[in-house]
Design a protein around this ligand. Structure first.
Ligand code: SAM
Length: 314
């Protein structure tokens, strides 16, 4: 399969934030969303003496990232890989590799282009695939088909409205419930067809498929993405060293809202300082060269005082 190389978003901006770490000789970084290894390679190249804790929820992506790092850097000696959710990082994970705190960490939220194009897990309405959408199929979470086939009409409406900002949420939820009595939804195209039929053609968005928002909403629900974003930012902030930097890239307003408010919450504890008053956006040039960057927003946070009590934790 011929694939165009993955380009990480906001590359120099992420590195510039990580370089603000106060440590004169930074030794430990963490990439909580390894993906195709794009940002990880940059981190390893920028800090040639540092180690990298490499994490992805999706075992397939973790392997792809490791392979890519090995291909470009020739070694995985400085890489410590864990297939896990970044929201579960804690001191015990760090101590397993002899790390006492992070000089810098990155999370680049969402899923990879690979998930849409090649995972075969129904992330896209463009191919006929099982309606799955799980990032960790091995842990037995509910699939997108389970959500569609067994949720109440009100729950479906809430998911489509809150995670997809879809104004036809109730109509689509209602049509799903009517249809599944006769036949359960099995594939991505079953669902895409229902959404197409539920939204009058004159209200179809101009630049995207009418099912785009519904697919995004289901993916967020299946993987509990917003919950893990909030929990993960707090978990990573906790294991930063004093002077360590946490950077977060988001791709839609729901994610950015979580990053912004969790950062504000952490700042209110007086242990953290926000490094980006406003989010850093891609330049016109970057958007031209990498369309995937067009909705990206980057924010950074630094730990400034040790945490002596747990009052800032949720
Ligand atoms: C946007 S991609 C990251 C791309 C990467 N920065 C690069 O340059 O190649 C997001 C990745 O994060 C993973 N992911 C999403 N949520 C996660 C979570 N809560 N914990 C760990 N990995 C997660 C996805 O499986 C996906 O591979």
């Amino acid at each position: 399969m011929l694939e165009s190389p993955h380009i990480p978003v906001l590359p120099s901006e992420v590195i510039a934030l990580l370089q603000q770490t106060k440590s004169p000789n930074p030794k430990w970084f963490l990439d909580g969303t390894a993906g195709e290894g794009g940002h990880s390679k940059l981190i390893l190249k920028t800090f040639p003496e540092a180690n990298l804790i490499l994490i992805d929820r999706d075992a397939v992506m973790l392997e792809r990232a490791k392979k890519e790092i090995l291909r470009e850097l020739g070694s995985l000696e400085r890489v410590h890989a864990f297939q896990m959710n970044f929201s579960e990082v804690d001191e015990s994970i760090l101590s397993e590799v002899g790390c006492e705190g992070l000089d810098g960490a990155l999370v680049d939220l969402g899923v990879s282009l690979f998930h849409f194009l090649h995972s075969g897990r129904g992330f896209t309405f463009k191919n006929e695939e099982p309606l799955d959408m799980r990032l960790e199929p091995q842990v037995g979470m509910k699939t997108a088909a389970d959500v569609v086939n067994y949720s109440s009409i009100l729950h479906l409406k809430k998911v489509f409205w809150e995670y997809g900002e879809e104004r036809w949420a109730l109509k689509i939820a209602n049509n799903i419930v009517q249809t599944r009595h006769k036949k359960k939804f099995e594939t991505s195209t079953d669902l895409a067809k229902l959404v197409e039929a539920s939204i009058p053609r004159k209200f179809w968005p101009k630049e995207s498929h009418p099912a785009t928002r519904i697919f995004q909403a289901l993916r967020i629900e299946v993987n509990e993405e917003l919950l893990h974003a909030d929990k993960g930012i707090r978990a990573l902030a906790k294991v930063l060293k004093i002077g360590g930097v946490l950077t977060c890239i988001s791709f839609h307003s729901l994610e950015d809202r979580i990053v912004k408010w969790t950062f504000r919450d952490l700042k209110a504890t007086d242990h953290f300082e926000i490094l980006t008053k406003k989010p850093i956006l891609p330049t016109d040039q970057e958007i031209k060269e990498n369309r995937a960057s067009r909705s990206a927003k980057l924010r950074g946070l630094m730990k400034i005082h040790p945490i002596k009590e747990n009052r800032w934790e949720k």
